[in-house]
Design a binder for this molecule. Sequence first.
Ligand SMILES: N[C@@H](CCC(=O)N[C@@H](CS)C(=O)NCC(=O)O)C(=O)O
Length: 201
Amino acid sequence: MYKLYFLPGACSLATQVVLHELGQPVQLINKQQVADFNQINPVGTVPVLVDNGQAYREGAAIMLYLLDKHPNTLLPNSGQARLQGIQNILFANATMHPAYSRLFFIAQNISANTAQAEAYQRASQAINQLWQVVEEQLAQQPFLGGAQPSAADIMLTVYSRWGGAFPVTINIGPRTQQMLDHVLAMPSFQRALAAEQAQAA
Ligand SMILES: N[C@@H](CCC(=O)N[C@@H](CS)C(=O)NCC(=O)O)C(=O)O
């Protein structure tokens, strides 16, 4: 069985949703309850996936590892469609995620009120531009990967939930909102949220 180190609501939620989509049992371990997490990941971040005693780090790499290992419809197997799917995963993990990470950074590191307000404003502007890119990509298809949810749609849905924790206005277009609502309602997503809550209790 896979082991997944997670933080409630963090990007590791997308890894858990994908494991459910793949029909893979997973043991969840809350990072906050691990005495020396830096032994597991020297960078201190989740997700960390353990498979057969081997620890895998970095969300996008973990995603590709799992999607290559188990048959699925979340990432095409070959050709241009696969390249586009990988591009979408990297857009989520390496572009959208860091744009949201700025909000967490501001909350934790900038205390002066005016500086904080300005930083939030700039950071949310950058996020909104990225959501606009997503909205345009969804003009021809309901999900980033086409007719059905892809790994990147799951990742973006996890990140979309973060904005509410900060004093910012995040503008999400109607097509994107429809995609997010669909992914959020997927049984695998709801199961992952419930499993995180059960761990916190
Ligand atoms: N590039 C890393 C970034 C992961 C990341 O930033 N994870 C956040 C949660 S979304 C984290 O673990 N932060 C440390 C903490 O909050 O203690 C990855 O994709 O795995």
